[in-house]
Design a protein around this ligand. Sequence first.
Ligand SMILES: [Ca+2]
Ligand SMILES: [Ca+2]
Ligand SMILES: [Ca+2]
Length: 211
Amino acid sequence: MRHLLIASLALSFACGDDDSTDTDPVDMGPIGSDAGDLDMGPGGDDMFTPEEDMGPTVECLDTVDDDTLEMAQDLGDYDSDVGFPADTVMGDIDPIVDLDWYQFHVADVLLGDVEPRYSLSARPAGVIWELCMYYDCDEGDTTFDCPVGSSAHMAGDIPGCCAVSSEGTPSITLAPACSGTTSEDGTAYARVSRQGGAVTCEGYTLSYGDE
Ligand SMILES: [Ca+2]
Ligand SMILES: [Ca+2]
Ligand SMILES: [Ca+2]
């Protein structure tokens, strides 16, 4: 009898297995539903595709019209003893040929030499950025030497220096002299741009002030 019971139990187990195997397709049903969800996945992909299509047309947050020196964003007025950084501003390069201009005015005060400075204190690495800085004396002609690692560049008749880099926090400090006056009051301009590559809305932070 025990053998029969064991045999019947084995059969029942076998049947159980068969049942579970039979129910597996039923379980597959839900999985099939999941597969249906997965089919929704491609639907999700279809929903994703428009996003990808929107990608190139999505504009970064920075849509300020500041593509020329004349339209430079005004960062304010600072005394020559304000220190660096006085403040920061954030922007994006979009489209890739975008130029972002900034300016702040420096008042030459007794306690600080005029040494305006701009720095790309944050920017996506691995792509080539250019930081240019210019200085325009309120009175007289402007002269200065470009710091090591930068090269002279003119924006119209306003002298400046440009530095190209793909890593780190490039910074330019100028020590301008204004001819015919003892005051080095003037306007410090910056131009931020990229040299090719794909647009990323992961933009940059520009720090500024007067050392
Ligand atoms: Ca200073
Ligand atoms: Ca911009
Ligand atoms: Ca711009």
